[in-house]
Design a protein around this ligand. Structure first.
Ligand SMILES: [Zn+2]
Length: 213
């Protein structure tokens, strides 16, 4: 803020009054310059946050809430938001004309689609039994890291990971965090040692099914 008479940046606020309009908040100020002693008025207008529908997915279920964000704020897929139901990550933005986009300003958005990042990651485990697959779902800390060639115990099996399938790609040599992993694939090995045991992390077991090609 600077003095409208002499340009000095040393001003004191004598009075301030906030006026709330439909989409804006106007702050009317009465100011005094510390250099030339002039008294003058200034008004600053700010956009008001708008309420946007927010859908939070938690694995198979989802919750609906809303969040207040400034209309000119740009949102992008992957951004984190703090909702009234905890921290969430944007997966998609639905615009007012019904399109799904990866990035836009809040003003254009009708619904923000997100995943909760406060719940454990859910990862599939496929045990390849040559012709058949024994399939599990496990829940793990989001930062848990899988590496190809890890030896895993799950129920009576000890398997070695040969593929890690993430949201983006299939990893045959490398590692990935549980939060981006959809499924790990491994074959049983005749080996008694293992790097970790996922048995008590199992949330569901599909049972044996024919291997899909
Ligand atoms: Zn002045």
């Amino acid at each position: 803020m600077e003095c409208s008479i002499c340009g000095s940046e040393s001003v004191t606020t004598l009075k301030s009054k906030k006026i709330s309009a439909k989409t804006k908040e106007i702050n009317e100020l009465l100011l005094k310059c510390n250099d030339c002693q002039s008294v003058f008025k200034e008004s600053i207008s700010e956009s008001k946050p708008i309420s946007i529908r927010l859908i939070i997915s938690e694995h198979e279920s989802s919750k609906k809430t809303s969040i207040d964000i400034y209309p000119d704020e740009k949102l992008t897929k992957g951004n984190l938001l703090l909702s009234d139901m905890g921290e969430v990550e944007i997966t998609s933005l639905e615009t007012k004309d019904g399109k799904r986009v990866e990035s836009t300003i809040t003003e254009n958005i009708s619904t923000i689609w997100t995943n909760s990042i406060e719940i454990p990651a859910r990862v599939g485990v496929s045990v390849d039994l040559t012709g058949k697959v024994d399939s599990f779902k496990v829940e793990l800390d989001r930062d848990f890291e899988f590496a190809t060639d890890d030896f895993i115990k799950i129920t009576a099996y000890i398997i070695r990971i040969n593929v890690i399938k993430t949201q983006e790609r299939k990893i045959r040599d490398g590692f990935a965090k549980a939060r981006v992993t959809q499924r790990i694939y491994g074959k049983p090995v005749k080996f008694n040692n293992h790097d970790y045991d996922l048995t008590d992390k199992i949330v569901s077991r599909k049972g044996l099914e024919p291997k899909r090609r």
